[in-house]
Design a protein around this ligand. Structure first.
Ligand code: NI
Length: 176
C-alpha cells in the first residue's frame, strides 16, 4: 500500500468531471490496491473521506470512514448516485484535505438515499443522515469538480483552523 500525494485547491484536476469506473475492472488487483491506497492516504491525513480526484484520478471512487459517536461505517462508493434528498436541511462546518487549514459552514440536505457499487462491484442502496449524509455529498461533489467553498452561502464563516479552535469549536456539534 502507499500514501498518495493529495491535489490541493488550484490543481485543475479538482475541477474535472470524473468518469465512471468500468465495472469489469473492480475485481482487478490494480483497482483493489487503489482502494487500499485511498484508505491509507485518508487515514494518514486524518480525513474521514477522500475522493479519487483528490489523488489525481478523475474516476468515480470515494472512500469514507469515521469512528466515534457521530461517526459512520467504513464506506466505499463506486459510480454513486443520489436517488433522493430529504426535505430538511442541516448546516455543518466542513473542511477538506485539498484545502489546508480552512473550515466553512455549508447547508445541505440532512438525509439522502444513495446508490453505489461496493468494492465487489455489487449495487447497494441505502439511506444516510446527519454527518454521514453531509460527508457523502461533500465527497460526491469532488466527482463533479466542486469543492465545499463553492457550496458556501455565507463566505463570512470561512475560518482558519486556529481561529476555528478558538472561537467556533464549542458551537459546532459536528464537523466534516
Ligand atoms: Ni473534500
Amino acid at each position: 500500500m502507499a500514501v498518495l500525494p493529495i491535489a490541493k485547491v488550484g490543481n485543475p484536476i479538482l475541477r474535472n468531471i470524473s468518469t465512471p469506473v468500468d465495472v469489469e475492472t473492480i475485481g482487478s488487483r490494480t483497482f483493489q490496491t487503489f482502494l487500499d491506497d485511498m484508505f491509507e492516504t485518508m487515514v494518514e491525513n486524518d480525513g474521514i473521506g477522500l475522493a479519487a480526484p483528490q489523488v489525481a484520478r478523475s474516476t468515480q471512487v470515494v472512500v469514507m470512514d469515521c469512528s466515534g459517536d457521530n461517526g459512520f461505517p467504513k464506506t466505499i462508493l463506486i459510480n454513486p448516485k443520489i436517488l433522493f434528498y430529504g426535505p430538511q436541511q442541516t448546516e455543518m462546518w466542513e473542511g477538506c484535505l485539498s484545502i489546508d487549514n480552512l473550515r466553512g459552514q455549508v447547508t445541505r440536505p440532512s438525509m439522502i438515499r444513495v446508490q453505489a457499487l461496493d468494492q465487489h462491484g455489487v449495487l447497494q442502496e441505502w439511506d444516510a443522515s446527519g454527518l454521514y449524509a453531509v460527508c457523502i455529498q461533500h465527497e460526491m461533489d469532488h466527482l463533479l469538480g466542486k469543492l465545499f467553498i463553492d457550496r458556501m452561502t455565507d463566505m463570512s464563516t470561512l475560518t482558519q483552523l486556529q481561529e476555528f479552535d478558538t472561537y467556533w469549536k464549542d458551537e459546532s456539534t459536528q464537523e466534516v
